[in-house]
Ligand binder design. Structure first.
Ligand code: GRF
Length: 195
């Protein structure tokens, strides 16, 4: 499955995906393209180290350009891995159940920005991360995989974020593998793994 990974920054999830691909742990997904809306993103250097095609999305350019790029590369699966741009409902409706996102909380708790800070401030004892299909709402689509971590009394935002990130690096490649092998049944908001 021809896959594009969209990033905006550090790219540690991109790295986890590319490592999984090298280890043949990405199912039938083939990362053929990395798109960044930030030319300075560390993830861009990473992508070039892995000899991936890279496209930089100019901040001024709208979704038409993004769609053209995706069509040019015949992309079938879009992975948002720290992509800090909200996609319009028009865009999302072109790619129903073909866009997945990683979010650093156990959705539906703490959608949006600074999810780890939101978790700490709310006093929850458990947080984690979620991979979900993208729908028209922000951080809202059908949930594919989640992983939980403990929130410790002494945790700073950085501590919690790094504990969650380790789990992100596991569930995102796993979810890509499942999607690419057609192993998911989506009925309404529920996603079942086909045995
Ligand atoms: C991750 O925490 C991800 O959950 C969120 O943005 C961050 C991206 O980190 N959507 P990285 O660029 O993959 O290191």
């Amino acid at each position: 499955m021809r896959t594009a990974v969209l990033i905006s920054g550090r790219g540690s999830n991109l790295q986890a995906i590319l490592e999984a691909e090298e280890e043949k742990n990405l199912g039938d997904a083939n990362v053929v393209l990395v798109i960044s809306n930030n030319s300075e993103a560390k993830g861009v250097i990473l992508a070039s180290n892995y000899s991936k095609n890279i496209e930089i999305l100019d901040i001024e350019e709208g979704e038409d350009t993004l769609i053209k790029i995706l069509m040019k590369h015949e992309i079938e699966l879009i992975v948002l891995a720290g992509f800090m741009k909200i996609l319009s409902s028009d865009f999302v409706s072109r790619y129903v159940n073909k866009i997945i996102n990683i979010h650093p909380s156990l959705l539906p708790s703490f959608p949006g920005l600074n999810a780890q800070r939101q978790a700490l401030e709310s006093g929850v004892k458990i947080s984690g991360c979620t991979v979900h299909f993208v729908n028209e709402e922000v951080d809202d689509g059908p949930i594919i995989l989640q992983s939980a971590v403990e929130v410790l009394d002494e945790d700073t935002e950085v501590d919690l974020a790094s504990r969650i990130l380790k789990e992100e690096h596991k569930i995102l490649p796993n979810a890509i593998s499942l999607v690419s092998q057609g192993k998911l049944d989506v009925v309404g908001r529920k996603v079942r793994i086909v045995k």
